[in-house]
Design a protein around this ligand. Structure first.
Ligand code: AMP
Length: 473
């Protein structure tokens, strides 16, 4: 049986700054813009190579970016023109600072700092092999494995080939930024599960999971790192590009468009906001409702609700008001906190709801906890009818490639029909966008992305296929 504790799920955001006098400070700002990608820990490693010996310094901590770096002296404590940063959230074990990235290590070919977004699926076999060869693993993060795999390569190999040989041993999802003393590598796995983009920043460059980070630091978007590509940034600002892996069909994550990315970001070559609005258009065409107002579940449901209102001609109102000083409730690790969190985050606005037939638009239903509470809240505030519309298909299967989702048996759609779910959440009607409608909204061909959470089709398999439970040490 595959159980939760085997899941090394991390949701993450990455930033790399190459050749800028305020590298660490900009990395911090880049993390700030990407806080939604992970709220449990943040860190920056900076490199100062202006002296005879390169100096790596790092600062990492548990909590939000602003807390980890409060009153922080960037120039004094993280000097240098090169930096890599990371925000993270993890569901399983290892919430302590030891698991906070970027990871820093010294191997035979020099020092390095590494930040990873995504999840590997052959963690068990890699850990078993590394430990039996004498590796001392200090965290339960899959990211640490990259360091060991690199350290195991012959130091006589050119650095880039060491990295390629190490990456050829891992399976799964990885967008990486690796900082060495004389170069920075930006890597996307051959399937390109997670996003990663490149921008011009002054004389140097920036790399980030999402382009909203570039907007904040004044970097100019150049392009995506391609699936299977390694981009190498050199000290003289030359850029090199390599495609060293066996090509496979790319499968970028469709859930980035549904929920995860910020709507003002470009991911996988498209701006998220119009894609989400299209989802609302499609949803209104597929599942119209007789109603007086459309209300979004803020913030994740807002663009799709705008689309639904446009398409249906039903006016959009703010029937739920969000307290912006509360983080994403789903991301709180404990069920008890999560339950409380919905109320703390959203309040029903009686003024617009009283006596109204309401269409509520949200991006997804996971366990059903949020929708159930919201429907109750809306009725208590006087809504006459509540029609729930979801701008993605039913979430039936967990993600093993870097989005935090609970186990299959906790996903309400894995065991309940739409009618049963509607009953559970207490809505007068419930409807989900079809997978075809979702692809139409994205403007991509069906099956051209990873849609495992909606289909159970895992492009590179699951951890269950790696090693059997009894073989685990
Ligand atoms: P639930 O209450 O478990 O059904 O969660 C549904 C809510 O969680 C929706 O409002 C979504 O916007 C949000 N959500 C969906 N996926 C995720 C995720 N991976 N991380 C955090 N929140 C999510």
């Amino acid at each position: 049986m595959f159980n939760r504790s085997d899941k090394f799920i991390e949701e993450c955001g990455l930033i790399g700054i190459w050749n800028h006098p305020e590298a660490a400070n900009l990395a911090y700002l880049g993390l700030y813009a990407q806080q939604h990608r992970g709220q449990e820990g943040a860190g920056v490693v900076a490199l100062d190579n202006s002296k005879s010996k390169p100096l790596f310094s790092n600062h990492r901590g548990v909590g939000l970016v602003q807390d980890v770096f409060s009153n922080f002296d960037f120039q004094g404590r993280l000097p240098g023109k090169f930096a890599v940063g990371h925000v993270r959230y993890t569901t399983a074990g290892g919430h302590g600072v030891a698991n906070v990235q970027p990871f820093y290590a010294e191997i035979a070919s020099g020092e390095l700092a590494l930040a990873h977004n995504g999840n590997l699926i052959n963690v068990r076999s890699l850990r078993r092999d590394l430990v039996s060869n004498g590796a001392i693993l200090r965290t339960n993060s899959d990211t640490e494995l990259f360091l060991h795999l690199m350290a195991n390569q012959p130091a006589t190999l050119p650095l880039l080939e060491q990295v390629i040989a190490a990456l050829n041993k891992v399976k799964g999802a990885y967008s990486l930024i690796i900082l060495f003393k004389d170069r920075m590598l930006a890597v996307r796995d051959p399937n390109g599960f997670r996003p990663l983009s490149l921008a011009k920043l002054g004389d140097g460059f920036a790399v980030a999971s999402e382009t909203c980070a570039f907007d904040l630091i004044g970097a100019e978007y150049i392009r995506e790192i391609e699936p299977g590509e390694i981009v190498e940034l050199m000290l003289d600002n030359e850029i090199k590009s390599y495609f060293p892996f066996k090509p496979v069909k790319a499968s970028p994550c469709i859930f980035e468009y549904v929920y995860f990315a910020r709507p003002d970001s470009f991911v996988f070559g498209r701006n998220v906001y119009p894609v989400r609005k299209n989802m609302g258009h499609e949803l209104a065409r597929e599942h119209p409702a007789q109603a007086d107002i459309v209300i979004p579940v803020p913030d994740s449901g807002v663009p799709a609700a705008i689309g639904f209102a446009e398409e249906s001609g039903i006016p959009l109102e703010m029937g739920l008001i969000r307290n912006h000083y509360v983080g994403r409730t789903f991301i709180e690790p404990k069920q008890s906190i999560r339950d409380f969190g919905v109320k703390i985050k959203l309040n029903a606005n009686r003024e617009v709801l009283e006596g109204k037939r309401v269409v509520v638009v949200d991006d997804s239903i996971v366990r059903g906890t949020t929708s159930r509470k919201l429907v109750k809240m809306l009725r208590a505030a006087g809504a006459a009818e509540v029609h729930m519309r979801i701008s993605s298909p039913p979430t039936t299967d967990p993600c093993y490639y870097g989005i935090d989702t609970p186990e299959k048996n906790e996903l309400i759609a894995s065991s309940h029909s739409v009618t049963e779910t509607a009953k559970y959440i207490g809505a007068d009607s419930l409807a989900y966008l079809s997978i075809e409608g979702l692809y139409r909204a994205v403007g991509a061909k069906k099956c051209s992305m990873c849609d495992a959470c909606f289909s159970g089709n895992y492009p590179v398999g699951t951890p269950a296929g790696d090693l059997k439970q009894e073989e685990m040490f």
